[in-house]
Design a protein around this ligand. Structure first.
Ligand code: G6P
Length: 214
């Protein structure tokens, strides 16, 4: 979701920046990029890597970070959808391809409602669905299970290196959205959602599975 369907990466950056300044720890866009796809807890651990955080302190920081994030996300609307998202979701629906949302975020349902696209998804797996966050495969396996589809029949759309690793660990094919530097390990790479060529991807996937079967 974050960084694929909408650019909440910027809102996460702003809220972490505010927290980091208050707590006097270094934070910049480069560090923010490393947080793509990670859970809130794992992100905080990375931002505060030079500080030993006991559970109550970690909880306090997570609550604060999320408060800042929600303040910023409150004004989100369907205008914040990334270009081409609705077209791609419509195309998938027309093709009878099931759609699952798999995000590490605990704010997934809130954001999706703000964006007005909840009805497109056959299932939603979020930060509450599994214990082990990306790069573990658990979230994607949860999504495949909710759709009742075997993992190797799933194609994941990801913007983060941690997510690509998670999808491959789940034995799924991955479309990477973004620069080669970030999503270079994906099976297919497109700079943005509105440039995804679904027919090309499906053809290639079918060709590969035909070779495997023969
Ligand atoms: C997403 C984003 C991360 C974010 C994480 C947790 O996967 O890519 O940058 O930190 O979700 O989000 P949350 O909304 O639960 O704080």
């Amino acid at each position: 979701m974050d960084g694929v369907l909408t650019d909440t990466v910027e809102l996460h950056y702003q809220s972490f920046k505010k927290l980091a300044m208050e707590e006097k720890v270094p934070f910049n866009r480069e560090i923010n990029e490393q947080l793509r796809g990670l859970s809130r807890e794992d992100s905080l651990a990375l931002v505060f890597k030079d500080r030993v955080l006991e559970q109550p302190e970690l909880q306090r920081l997570m609550v604060k970070k999320n408060k800042y994030f929600l303040e910023l996300a409150a004004s989100m609307t369907s205008k914040d959808l990334a270009l081409g998202v609705t077209d791609l979701l419509e195309l998938l629906k027309r093709r009878n391809i099931k759609i699952a949302l798999a995000s590490s975020s605990k704010n997934t349902k809130f954001i999706i409602q703000k964006l007005g696209i909840e009805s497109y998804f056959n299932s939603i797996s979020d930060g509450y669905s599994v214990r082990q966050a990306k790069p573990a495969p658990d979230l994607f396996l949860h999504a495949a299970g909710s759709l009742n589809i075997t993992p190797n029949a799933c194609i994941v759309v990801e913007d983060a290196a941690a997510g690509i690793e998670a999808a491959h660990a789940a034995k799924m094919i991955v479309i990477g959205i973004g620069p080669e530097k970030r999503v270079g390990n994906a099976d297919f790479i497109f700079p943005s959602i509105n440039t995804v060529d679904l027919d090309y991807v499906l053809n290639e996937v079918h060709k590969k599975s035909a070779v495997k079967e023969s």
